[in-house]
Write a protein that binds this ligand. Structure first.
Ligand code: FEO
Length: 179
């Protein structure tokens, strides 16, 4: 049985994962509007990964005898000056997620909930990949500077990103949009 403190904190993280999905979907919409279809695709895949994270926590709360309480999802930003700014914010967002997951792990250990700690270890490992993949894009964009040709080349490269195997299996790889 999950403790009420941990139940509340994980419910809060469910909301934050849905918010994360919203943040990336907003970035995807902005990139589409700017005709950066590869960046838009990358962000849409990221939005779907976040839905998977939210649902993983959602099912965990039920499996441990808790109650899921869904609350309002904050509106994300909708405008960025450059692709680099959007990806830099995405990186900062992932750093916030890592910090939140670390706090959840501290709480799980304080509550001696080793089942929750095992789940949270999965999220901690996931964050290594989440931070590193966005950071590499931020670094590439920084090196490209004002070279529009290079930025459009990276945009094309990112158009091939696929949903991770676990998220894909969970979401049944059904497209969430009618492309
Ligand atoms: Fe759910 Fe991008 O962390």
């Amino acid at each position: 049985m999950i403790s009420s403190k941990l139940e509340e904190a994980i419910n809060d993280q469910i909301n934050f994962e849905f918010y994360s999905s919203y943040v990336y979907l907003a970035m995807s919409a902005w990139f589409k509007d700017q005709n950066f279809n590869g960046f838009a695709h990358w962000m849409e895949i990221q939005a779907r990964e976040e839905l998977f994270h939210a649902m993983k926590l959602f099912h965990f709360v039920f499996d441990r005898g808790g109650k899921v309480v869904l609350t309002a999802v904050k509106a994300p930003a909708g405008e960025w000056k450059t692709p680099q700014e959007a990806f830099r914010q995405a990186f900062e967002h992932e750093q916030t997620v890592t910090s939140r997951i670390s706090d959840l792990m501290d709480l799980a250990l304080t509550e001696r909930d080793h089942v929750a700690a095992t789940l949270l270890q999965w999220f901690i490992n996931e964050q290594i990949e989440e931070e590193s993949s966005v950071k590499s894009i931020v670094d590439q964009l920084r090196m490209m500077g004002a070279s529009q040709d290079s930025v459009f080349m990276l945009d094309r490269e990112l158009n091939v990103r696929q949903l991770g195997a676990q998220a894909s299996a969970y979401l049944n790889d059904q497209p969430l949009t009618t492309a």
